[in-house]
Design a protein around this ligand. Structure first.
Ligand SMILES: CC(=O)N[C@@H]([C@@H](O)[C@H](O)[C@H](O)CO)[C@@H](O)CC(=O)C(=O)O
Length: 251
């Protein structure tokens, strides 16, 4: 959201190009404060042959209820009616607390391309209640990394989260333990991840810290964050990395 529309288009184009033959699916996020910008990005995503689009709610003028949010999403989806469409629920960032289960009622009639939700909220009751409204071609993806196991237990079809960029191999172990029914092992890994993220949060975990951790773990040079997100202090990154290495000596 810190990027201009032109920058976002360039980034989406690069992802679609580079992902060819390497990734199964590229979903382009097209949420903006302005409906027109979102429609522009949605159309662009279709033109560059993205696999799907996802949209967060605008957070300056917020939708007041499920009807308003559905109407907004419908208007965005109409710009790319053939692209699978996901609502991206992230209330801690948008401040939009419309219950997803309310949003889902009748949504496929309004948005025929609707295919599911990326649910990055901590309200597991709302998440659970969404399943009674599920259609066979929808996916509910959970997005609170420190609670991934709870999402899986309730029936999540997958997970999308920021820390999977650098702790992905531990989460893959959690996923595979869960799939094998090894709940104690899955829980042990989740607790370790909570221990790790607990320290990161105490030290001010945000997008700047997250980005620095991606740099430290991947060795790739990703550049600084854009203001107002501040760059992570090297001491903070070092402490979190040290914690990571002590909890997870190997992948
Ligand atoms: C509120 C928030 O940023 N949630 C993250 C989580 O991955 C989060 O960073 C993680 O669970 C640690 O709290 C994701 O759900 C969102 C995300 O991946 C993104 O949009 O980049």
């Amino acid at each position: 959201m810190s990027l201009t529309v032109a920058e976002r288009k360039l980034l989406a184009e690069e992802w679609c190009k580079k992902a060819k033959g390497k990734m199964d699916h590229v979903a382009v996020h097209v949420g903006c404060m302005s409906l027109k910008d979102s429609q522009d990005l949605a159309l662009h995503a279709a033109q560059i042959k993205a696999d799907s689009i996802a949209v967060i709610s605008p957070s300056f003028f917020k939708p007041k209820n499920a009807h308003a949010l559905r109407s907004y999403l419908k208007a965005v989806a109409s710009a790319a009616p053939n692209l699978p469409f996901y609502y991206y629920h992230i209330p801690s960032i948008t401040g939009v607390n419309v219950l997803v289960r309310d949003l889902l009622v009748g949504i496929e009639e309004e948005i025929p391309s609707f295919r599911g939700v990326k649910f990055s909220g901590i309200d597991l009751m709302d998440f659970g209640l969404c399943f009674s409204l599920m259609k066979p071609n929808w996916s509910l993806l959970y997005g609170v990394d420190e609670q991934m196991l709870s999402g899986l237990v309730l029936g999540a079809d997958g997970a999308v989260g920021s820390t999977y960029n650098y702790v992905g191999c531990q989460f893959n172990k959690l996923l595979s333990a869960f799939e094998k029914g090894e709940l104690v092992e899955a829980r042990t890994i989740q607790f370790k991840l909570q221990d790790f993220l607990g320290l990161a949060m105490k030290l001010g975990f945000d997008v700047g810290v997250n980005k620095q951790l991606m740099v430290e773990v991947s060795g790739l040079s990703l550049g600084p964050p854009r203001f107002p997100v501040m760059p992570c202090h090297p001491d903070v990154a070092a402490s979190i990395k040290h914690k990571y290495e002590s909890i997870f000596p190997q992948c």
